[in-house]
Design a protein around this ligand. Sequence first.
Ligand SMILES: Nc1nc2c(ncn2[C@@H]2O[C@H](COP(=O)(O)OP(=O)(O)OP(=O)(O)O)[C@@H](O)[C@H]2O)c(=O)[nH]1
Ligand SMILES: [Mg+2]
Length: 133
Amino acid sequence: MSPKAGEVALVGWTNVGKSTLLNRLVGEKLAAVAQRPQTTRHRIMGVLTLPERGQIVFVDTPGFHRPRERMNRAMVDAARRTLTAVDLAILVVDAEKGAGAGDAEVAKAIASSGVACSPNGSGSADTLSTFIE
Ligand SMILES: Nc1nc2c(ncn2[C@@H]2O[C@H](COP(=O)(O)OP(=O)(O)OP(=O)(O)O)[C@@H](O)[C@H]2O)c(=O)[nH]1
Ligand SMILES: [Mg+2]
């Protein structure tokens, strides 16, 4: 099989651990991680090379939240736009808090973008509905 490449977006509500996951996946501290929400303001890419198999470009995105300022609207828009430009979206959810209304909002955005989705990196696209209901 020839090597392949694909883009995978890490999307989710703010402060759920998307940037922490990006750093873990690529094994480098690329994205800033902080206790406060809205830490990531732009898309950040990290490349994972799997010898003989291909490359995965992970795209860390600003967290979804209820934007009040113009800059915050731009952050959420950047996350939404990313959904239209990748091969797969991973819906990142805070496992300690469990899924809530914010995660449902993100799940709806993913569903309406039409991109294939993997909630927390596992399961199939039809499990997205479990976050929305
Ligand atoms: N307990 C625990 N804390 C975590 C985990 N992953 C991330 N955190 C913490 O959660 C906080 C937010 O992590 P980030 O990775 O910055 O979250 P984010 O989703 O990128 O946040 P925004 O960019 O602001 O949307 C930080 O204090 C992290 O150390 C985890 O798996 N377990
Ligand atoms: Mg972040």
